[in-house]
Each structure stands twice: as C-alpha cells, then as structure tokens.
Design a protein around this ligand. Sequence first.
Ligand code: NAP
Length: 345
Amino acid sequence: MEEIKTALAEADPFASWWPFVLAGVVFVVGTIRTFMGGQPCPNANAIPGRVIVVTGACGGIGRELCRELARRSAHHLVLGCRSPDQGAALREQLVREAPGCGVEVLPLDLRSFDSVRRFVRQVQAAHAAVDALVNCAGVIFHPPERTPDGFEPHLQCNFLAHFLLTQLLRPQLGRSQHGGRVVNLSAHGYTAAKLGSRDDPLNLRQTAPAGSGRDAFAHSKLAIVLASRILARRLAATRVTVNCCSPGLVRGTGHLRHSPIMKALFAKVLTYPWMWLFMKSPAQGAQTIVRLVTDPELAGTSGDFFNDCERVELSELAKDDELAERVYREALGAVGLPDEDEPDQ
Ligand SMILES: NC(=O)c1ccc[n+]([C@@H]2O[C@H](COP(=O)([O-])OP(=O)(O)OC[C@H]3O[C@@H](n4cnc5c(N)ncnc54)[C@H](OP(=O)(O)O)[C@@H]3O)[C@@H](O)[C@H]2O)c1
C-alpha cells in the first residue's frame, strides 16, 4: 500500500511544472497557427451551373481552389495547365472527389501569347459563357531572361498574359447569367513595387534587366492591381466584376521553386518549422478566391483588393488613377490589342 501511495504521489501532474509548460506551448502554437491561417470563406454557397476557368490550376493554391469549387457543385472547370500529366492527375482527383463536376484540361503556357490565344479559342469553342475566370498562375524569382514574346518573365507570366486572356474572354464573361467574375491573384508584395518611370510604367523600354526577381515580381503584381481597377471601371456598365486578392503567405506550394535560397536543403530544413507555424496551408490560401468566386454578396463589388476574405485598402501608388490608365494602355499595346473602350472619365 505504501508503495502505491508513493507511486501516486510521484505521478501527480501538479508536482511538476512541465504539464503546464507543455499545455502553454500547445495553446500558443495553436493560437498562432489559427491566427496566421487567416479567415475562412464565410459562406458555404454552392455554385451549380457555373463554368469556371482557372490558370495555374495544378499549382498549390490553384489545386485547392479547384477542389473547393468542385465540392461546391461547380458545373464545369476548365483547368489551364502547362503540364498535361499534372493536369490529367488533377482531373482524375476532381472527378473522383466530385463526380458531378465536369473537368477539362487545356494546355496553357503564359510565356507565350500564342499559347494564350490558342487556350482562349478552345474555351470559346466549348463555352458560350464563362462565369468566372481565376488568374491564379504566377512566378517569383524567375531566372532573368526574355520570354519568346520578348518580355521580362514576371511581367509576362503574372500580368501581361493574364491581361490578354481576360480581354479575349470578355465576351464570354459578359454572357454569364450570374454575372461574370474575374479574380486576379496579386500579393502583399505589390506594395514594395518600384516604378522606374511614369512614362514607362511597365519598364518595357528598359534595356538593363529589371532588378532582382523579387522586384520584378512586386512590379508585376502592382501592374495587376492597377490594370484591374481600370478594367473594373470600363466594365462598370456590365455585370462583369474584376477584383484582386492576396492569398497571404502560403507554404507547401511550388511558388519558391526558383528562389536561390530555398533551393538549398539546409534552408528548407531550417525554414520548415517557421513556415509550418506562420504560413497558411494551400487550402487556407485559396479561401479569399473562393469567396470572390462564390459569394452572392460580392456580385456588385468590382475594382477592389481582398485579403483574408475581406476588402482592404489599396496603397497610395495603386490608387493613382492616371498611372493605372497608363499601365492599362501600355498593356493593351504590349499584347497587341486596340483600345476599344471609352474611358469612363
Ligand atoms: N505561395 C505564396 O506564398 C504566395 C504569396 C503571394 C502570392 N501568391 C500567388 O498565388 C498564386 C498561386 O501561387 P502558388 O503558391 O500556388 O504557387 P505554385 O504552386 O508555384 O503555382 C503556380 C502555378 O502557376 C503555374 N505557372 C507558372 N508559370 C506558368 C506559365 N508560364 N504558364 C502557365 N502556368 C504557369 C504553375 O505551373 P507549373 O507547375 O507548370 O510551373 C503552377 O501551376 C500565384 O499567382 C502567386 O504569385 C502566392
């Protein structure tokens, strides 16, 4: 009996501080992860009958977005993918998880305007109306080179190619019975963008390579925000809306694949715990896009920027109307389209 009493006394959790320390650590870690995970989409609306086009569908965030849209009964998803194998694998997964959702994989390489035009022709041949276009593909730290069309790769892949895609799909978006929605993926990093000159806001006439990969990324994401505001304005008389969003900092995607630091194994090992703690999962990163595509409350919202499922204020540079017009016109020229809209002055 004495032995049992002694054993029980020794097993008393209150005899040591360790259980409290452990509970405290679990609480703090859980709180940080919940906070950093961001706000989930505040509704669970189904979207039957919708045809949705997604670029970068096979990427970390794009894949989770497609899974969520399929779960919400989207009628048909058009997946713009560079790799046919990745596209086929994602299609198989979506059909398995949501058998009622039609899934089509079309080749799309944003480094080529010809590829964008081919992609659009295929979409137009199959769908008279498109209910949402999510321009989700993106690159950062891309090696400094020129695309086959002669542009800086961040500018073309993140901005110009999506700009062209959106312009070409305007008739289909305009035919959506639900009101067409364009969602452009930007990033918090757009606020760090530096413009070389207002006369050359896309740095098209720069002969020297444009700074670091991070600078070029930030510049392309600012261009997305500026041009989206002008397109939203020009479409104000229609039911088509255009909004931008940041997914936040998201771990476990291919986004940093070109980062010189993140290529090193020791950097991956060292940063993994911090990423796990402070960054969103790809599914959490997709939540703001899900809201922008599905929420009926946002049917009339256009030209705005969203983060963590909520509208947020733009930076001063992004609010510059004159600069935004210049970016829009330069982009039209760069992709070879005429300016057919009457600016709403
Ligand atoms: N992850 C973050 O922390 C973060 C932060 C801010 C903003 N974002 C933005 O969120 C979006 C999704 O990023 P993610 O994290 O999901 O990255 P990801 O896993 O690398 O996905 C990016 C997708 O873009 C595609 N893509 C890249 N270059 C392409 C090209 N030339 N033609 C066609 N597709 C191309 C990739 O296809 P391949 O696999 O074939 O290359 C991939 O499917 C991007 O716009 C990114 O800039 C992400």
